[in-house]
Design a protein around this ligand. Structure first.
Ligand SMILES: N[C@@H](CCC(=O)N[C@@H](CS)C(=O)NCC(=O)O)C(=O)O
Length: 289
């Protein structure tokens, strides 16, 4: 029998809650320290980390560049959330919510701040006229799914992933609750992808780019070590779509940017130029020699 907890009348922050994020979780917003952020040579300055939310933006930027949009060149700076970089003063000025990804567009005056991954995807898709259909019905469908991800994702990450993989103890109630919901979400996607090649229809869009790092990663066995538990192989259409997107070179590059875990050859801590990927490959060849 799980020990039960009787909440006090008023919650107070008197002890850390345990788990791997205990040191960065706090119940107050705002900066904890003064810290200037670096600014590179390109108009787009990204401050991020290669979590699924971070990967959405670097994948879109790499896709835009691959589609010939040279103005999408960007500098990607590393924000180590485990070290509290998201609470530095310059970062908080871009994102008062202290979460990666955060983008500053210096091509407009004054520079435009963009936070929330969905807002960043929409901003870039509209700015460059790519990966978002212009036909009103198709555009609305893409936005339906973009916003679906914004609502659904926290139940996967903050709900299922947290209690299945990160909570200091395993509790049956939250694991059951969020497993039920995540399997329902996978079924929603599976039914949609049974009838359409991509999430929004016939064309690859920011809806795929938002959903893939979370749900594609999950069915490809890259998240929470939960592939068997969730029986991801049964969502055949999601798997087909996930593999198709995984094979795109821009997606492979986007996944590497600001990555600080996994195999070294997949990590590009900062990205300032398309050549950084080639240099990285060269480093690896030299490293292996
Ligand atoms: N809704 C936000 C979520 C962003 C988010 O949760 N970012 C996490 C990493 S995936 C973060 O920066 N966490 C740092 C913290 O919670 O202090 C988005 O889509 O941009």
């Amino acid at each position: 029998m799980t020990e039960t907890y009787t909440p006090p009348r008023v919650w107070t922050w008197d002890k850390d809650s345990g788990g791997p994020f205990a040191s960065i979780n706090r119940p107050i917003a705002g900066a904890t320290h003064d810290k200037a952020l670096p600014v590179g040579q390109h108009p787009l300055q990204l401050y991020s980390l290669a979590t699924p939310n971070g990967q959405k933006v670097t994948i879109l930027l790499e896709e835009l560049l691959a589609a010939g949009v040279n103005d999408a060149e960007y500098d990607a700076w590393l924000i180590r959330i485990g070290d509290g970089d998201q609470f530095g003063s310059d970062f908080v000025a871009i994102n008062p919510n202290s979460k990666i990804p955060a983008l500053l567009d210096h091509s407009v005056s004054p520079p435009q701040r963009i936070f929330e991954s969905g807002s960043i995807l929409l901003y870039l898709a509209e700015k460059f006229g790519k990966f978002l259909p212009t036909d009103p019905a198709a555009r609305t469908e893409a936005l339906n799914w973009l916003f679906w991800q914004m609502g659904a994702g926290p139940l996967l990450g903050g709900g299922f992933g947290h209690f299945f993989a990160y909570a200091p103890e395993k509790y049956e109630y939250p694991i059951n609750r969020y497993t039920m919901e995540v399997k329902r979400q996978l079924d929603v996607l599976d039914r949609r992808l049974a009838e359409h090649e991509y999430i929004a229809g016939a064309n690859y869009s920011i809806a795929d780019i938002a959903i893939w790092p979370w749900y594609g990663g999950l069915v490809l066995g890259r998240a929470y070590d939960a592939a068997e538990f969730l029986d991801v192989a049964s969502y055949k259409n999601v798997l087909r779509w996930a593999q198709q997107i995984d094979a795109r070179p821009a997606v492979q590059r986007g996944r590497m940017v600001n990555k600080v875990n996994g195999p070294l050859e997949e990590q590009l801590h900062e990205r300032h130029d398309a050549g950084d990927f080639a240099t990285k490959t060269q480093d690896n060849v030299e490293g292996a020699a």
